[in-house]
Write a protein that binds this ligand. Structure first.
Ligand code: NAD
Length: 357
């Protein structure tokens, strides 16, 4: 048996976590669950949204699947999602975006994978607030070392992109492509403008591509990439992007295939991996047995593939695809009208998926 941490989250988390657990169990996967808490529910009981035992469990088991967690506003607690990525150095964010017949969307036949760098770039959290001594010192230094001048009433966010970080994520994209029978990796950047951050990204991407010449490689400037994805998404396969462009384009790609309800994801490092849906904890639907469990269930499919349980992954993905294609036992968001009285609940949709296996 392979032990896996299941973090039940808060808001709609516990309902979709339960649906996902039952679906994965029904595939016959040899998984033993180590169920752990994180989020606002446990915060109320224990005063912390991320108990030490939850971290220890991920540390021990190496693999976790996590339901969404609310980021409390104004409590002094940082996002648990960001904390987990940093704590375990989960440097790769994987977001497959695939069309399933039956999902309402403007496009069909899309099968893209977005690989987003998770630790650097403008997301690194290195920021200097307007009117502080630190920003005044920084602006003073920059103005004396650069031809370009920063106005004194500025706030400043720093965009670090390293050789190390870029090599790791681009190599990850090639490894993922090879392992999953993908043909092409496209590196996305704005190297024409940001020569020393995105320029470095592009140069290192090309070097890594040379060492992986069995897979096709190309690069695209990010603004052109956005237009191409909207006009001819079928031309693309695996996209690898720095953190900020990856954040934006993974939502764009989720939109191409029908939105958040069906968008799975994973945060992966060299030793640990945390699988999670792209959507959040949708607190207004908490406890209503209403929301779509598919994004977390498909994150479970990614997890099964990561664990090399490919038969179980195929069984689960095929069952999900069949239920979506039939369009009968699906939640409200997958019906033509959101108030369709034939929509089923979260647990009933999971039940229908299990019955298809
Ligand atoms: P959200 O994704 O939780 O919800 C936005 C809307 O999308 C919902 O009101 C609902 O209409 C729809 N939706 C989301 N998931 C759905 C599902 N499974 N089925 C059907 N409809 C669904 O986004 P938000 O309201 O911006 O965020 C709520 C909280 O979640 C915030 O605290 C945010 O920080 C957190 N969040 C957590 C994660 C995570 O845990 N990885 C990711 C994103 C947001």
């Amino acid at each position: 048996m392979r032990k896996v941490t299941l973090i039940t989250g808060d808001g709609i988390g516990p309902e979709i976590a339960e649906a996902t657990r039952r679906c994965i169990d029904a595939t016959g996967a040899a998984i033993e669950w180590d169920i752990q808490e994180a989020g606002t529910d446990v915060m109320e009981k224990e005063g912390t949204p991320l108990p030490e035992r939850t971290i220890e469990s991920i540390d021990k088991n190496g693999v976790a699947i996590k339901a969404p967690i609310t980021t409390p506003v104004g409590t002094g607690f940082r996002s648990i999602n960001v904390h987990l990525r940093q704590h375990f150095n989960l440097y790769a964010c994987l977001r497959p975006c695939k069309s399933y017949p039956g999902v309402r969307s403007k496009y069909d036949n899309i099968d893209l994978v977005v690989v987003r760098e998770n630790t650097e770039d403008l997301y690194a959290g290195i920021e200097f607030e307007k009117d502080t001594d630190a920003v005044a010192e920084l602006i003073g230094w920059i103005n004396s070392h650069s031809r370009r001048q920063i106005r004194p009433d500025s706030g400043v966010s720093i965009k670090p992109i390293s050789v190390h970080g870029t090599e790791k994520i681009v190599q990850f994209a090639f490894d993922y492509a090879r392992k999953n029978g993908r043909k092409k990796v496209t590196s996305v950047h704005k190297a024409n403008i940001m020569k020393y951050s995105d320029g470095l990204w592009l140069e290192v991407s090309r070097q890594v591509a040379q060492r992986n010449s069995d897979i096709e490689f190309e690069d695209r400037i990010v603004d052109n990439m956005c237009m191409q994805l909207v006009q001819k998404p079928e031309l693309y396969d695996v996209l690898v992007l720095p953190n900020l462009y990856g954040d934006i384009l993974s939502d764009l790609c989720a939109g191409l295939v029908g939105g958040l309800g069906v968008a799975p994801g994973a945060n992966i490092g060299d030793e640990k991996a945390v699988f999670e849906a792209t959507h959040g904890s949708a607190p207004k639907y908490k406890g209503l047995n209403k929301v779509n469990p598919v994004a977390l269930i498909l994150s479970g499919v990614l997890m099964l593939r990561y664990l090399e349980m490919s038969q179980e992954a195929d069984t689960l993905e095929n069952a999900v695809a069949a239920i979506i294609a039939e369009g009968k036992d699906v939640t409200y968001d997958m019906k033509p009208h959101r108030d369709d009285p034939t929509a089923v609940g979260t647990s009933e949709m999971a039940e229908a998926i299990i019955a298809k296996m």
